[in-house]
Design a protein around this ligand. Structure first.
Ligand code: DP6
Length: 323
């Protein structure tokens, strides 16, 4: 009873920040993202009769405690649906550098959802896999379908899942990730979601989401880069305004983060098609048409405080692989 799955992380264009149900990860607003090809998590799950408990090896290190517990919760769900009681060995590896500050939980839980359900003999459809991945990490539900994906917030566990709105080949976009050196460990997303409602700005951010979602969806479908750029930057800035004004306040930006944001705006004013978007950390994701990826990567690498630049194009869905 073994299966291996590969999943990509994703970068959000309209951000998920705050849950209406923190345990089930039902978000207060819908979101959009694209999967990142070239970066991936590969996860192998084996259910075995000789195991007394679940085990997790992540990038060749054995994990216990909260990390293992989060994985076991997904395995419990799979065991219940499949009607089995065997424990599992989970071995997961990321192909992107750990410690580079790129959130890996989305790819990890998407791969875990597919590999564990398959290993248990289940054939879940895409929506069911997306829901299962969501229980491990909200943004993971968007890594199950391929290309450009929308997570409909839904109102219950059943209707909160992601689907593809366009395949990877729909639009040749690249993400140049400016990795910024950061001295301290930031507060993780899970804690951050729980604080979102303490910001007096969260209500305004959420109320305006349907408008931003409509603009973003249309911009993606029509490949309208200028509209896409301005709505995505606005959405990212609004989320960070909420973070900075929550209690306690979360400041993810470093001085170099701002240097990159300013440069990206300057380059766009000079005619280069680029925009920035930032998740719960100091790194800046700079989106540009693939034909400009080299140029943007080189420009970013020259900015003070940028450690290195990772690049990715639009990725496909979470998939099974042979061992
Ligand atoms: C800022 O999905 O990492 O990247 O559900 O607690 O695992 P958990 O949170 P997570 O939150 C992602 C937040 C974000 C925005 C986004 O990806 O939409």
């Amino acid at each position: 009873m073994k299966a291996i799955a590969i999943a990509h992380p994703n970068i959000a264009f309209i951000k998920y920040w705050g849950n209406r149900d923190q345990d089930l990860r039902i978000p207060v607003n819908g979101s959009f993202s694209m999967n990142l090809d070239g970066l991936s998590a590969r996860t192998q799950v084996t259910f075995r009769a000789d195991l007394e408990q679940d085990s997790l090896i992540l990038n060749e290190k054995t994990l216990q405690g909260a990390g293992l517990q989060r994985v076991s919760q997904i395995l419990d769900e799979v065991r219940e649906v499949a009607g089995i009681s065997l424990h599992a060995q989970v071995i997961s590896e990321n192909t992107f550098p750990t410690g580079a500050g790129i959130a890996s939980s989305a790819a990890a839980f998407a791969a875990l959802a597919l590999a564990s359900s398959k290993a248990a003999g289940l054939s879940l459809d895409e929506a069911a896999l997306s829901r299962l991945a969501r229980h491990g990490s909200g943004s993971a539900c968007r890594s199950i379908p391929g290309g450009f994906t929308e997570w409909q917030s839904g109102e219950s566990d059943q209707d909160s899942y992601a689907f593809s709105i366009a395949p990877p080949e729909h639009w040749d976009l690249a993400d140049c990730i400016a990795v910024i050196s950061s001295g301290h460990k930031a507060i993780g997303s899970t804690q951050g979601h729980a604080l979102a409602a303490t910001s007096p700005l969260q209500g305004g951010r959420v109320a305006d989401v349907p408008r931003r979602i409509d603009i973003c969806r249309r911009a993606i479908l029509e490949r309208d880069f200028d509209t896409f750029a301005s709505i995505c930057e606005l959405d990212s800035d609004m989320m960070h305004a909420v973070m900075m004004t929550s209690n306690p306040a979360l400041f993810y930006w470093q001085p170099s983060t701002l240097r990159v944001m300013q440069s990206v705006r300057d380059w766009r004013a000079e005619g280069l098609p680029v925009f920035y978007t930032i998740d719960a950390g100091p790194n800046v994701h700079v989106i540009t048409p693939t034909k400009k990826m080299r140029e943007v990567k080189d420009k970013l690498a020259n900015i003070e405080g940028v450690d290195n630049v990772l690049t990715a194009t639009v990725g496909g869905p979470t998939r099974l692989v042979e061992s």
